[in-house]
Design a protein around this ligand. Sequence first.
Ligand code: CTP
Length: 404
Amino acid sequence: MLKDKQVVLGITGGIAAYKAAEIVRQIVKGGGQVHVIMTRSAQEFIAPLTLQTLSGNPVTTELFQLYQEREIGHIALAQRAQILVIAPATANIIGKIAHGIADDILSTVVMAAKAPVLMAPAMNEAMWENPIVQDNIRSLKKRGYHFIDPGWGDLACGAQGTGRMAEIEDIIDEMAALLTPKDFRGQKVLVTAGPTREMLDPVRFISNPSSGKMGFAVARALRQRGAQVTLISGPTALAPPRMVNVIPVQTAEEMRSAVQKHFAETDIVIKTAAVADYRPKKISPEKIKKGAASLSLEMEKTRDILGELGMKKGQKLLIGFAAETRKVNAFALEKLQKKNLDLIVANDVGRKGSGFGSDMNEVRLIFRDGRVETLPALPKEEIAHILLDRIITLQKESRARKKK
Ligand code: CTP
């Protein structure tokens, strides 16, 4: 979503200024162009050279330096920018913008900008709670400025409290959301992610290596595109995506009841979860002690969550994922038909560097009519957006059919 986007990043003077270097890196990694503007106090915390090197573009520090103006053309840049991000944003810059003060390069560019402005405040807790700051934020929000609120944690002043700049991942996510057309607005989508865990005894379980990354990427992409998202996830090490209703579960049965509970109000279900097909028939109430030379476990089948949804699908769209190690297309198509799905994303989990745990994946999209779209190896975020594009097409096709 940041690909080829023109971003102006304003950095103001707070200890979190060092984190701006990572923001630049992430935007560049996502294919965006970053133009950094630093206030004088920001330069006390981080050197312009660092940001110039990372962004590959000259850094602007002065309002009245003719050579910078000739090379960069700030006002033109402000008008060409597709988004303006201020991270960290101090109480000072927030106050200045709220009151129309344009007395340095950053506040001047903000005043001239036509693009959305996103601010990530970072300050000491007492400053953050100061009613003047809060009033300024409220009045800026009313005027359409966007904020990503600080979180709770260790502050530079040694205390703990609210005032730490939001996580970089969340700032990037919010930028992407502001740059993304809201083609899923008004739709309720249920996503499942991660593995399930089936306990054998109080300290052991059977599971699989699913990291949840694909499902979390789908949930994040949906949120960026305006959907109302419920994410039912087995245990993962991932941070919950912003503004997504996350429901943590452990077992296949818990996932099933959570899915069933939300199904009625859902328009689309996307099941990326790697659900256990079998679970131990009995869970030992005590730890199983080491003894005999071998141990057999009796397992019983879990219920097929997606299969059950397929039977009462109605007008809803059902999307499955298929993990296969051989005959990928044939097995995936068979699953699509058996579970009454609209689309299945087939994944060759036997391949290295793709699938479980990886940030990349190489998948094929298989449609009801047997059509197969093979995608190259791509980051999971990108696969998520392509999948959502295809869902929009399916919905358009279905609306067109109904009209006939
Ligand atoms: N699935 C499910 N409930 C289960 C098992 C699978 O909802 N108990 C869903 C998965 O979330 C996925 C799809 O069904 O979207 C296919 O899962 P997969 O494990 O590939 O296939 P299975 O149906 O379990 O078949 P097999 O393990 O034999 O390949």
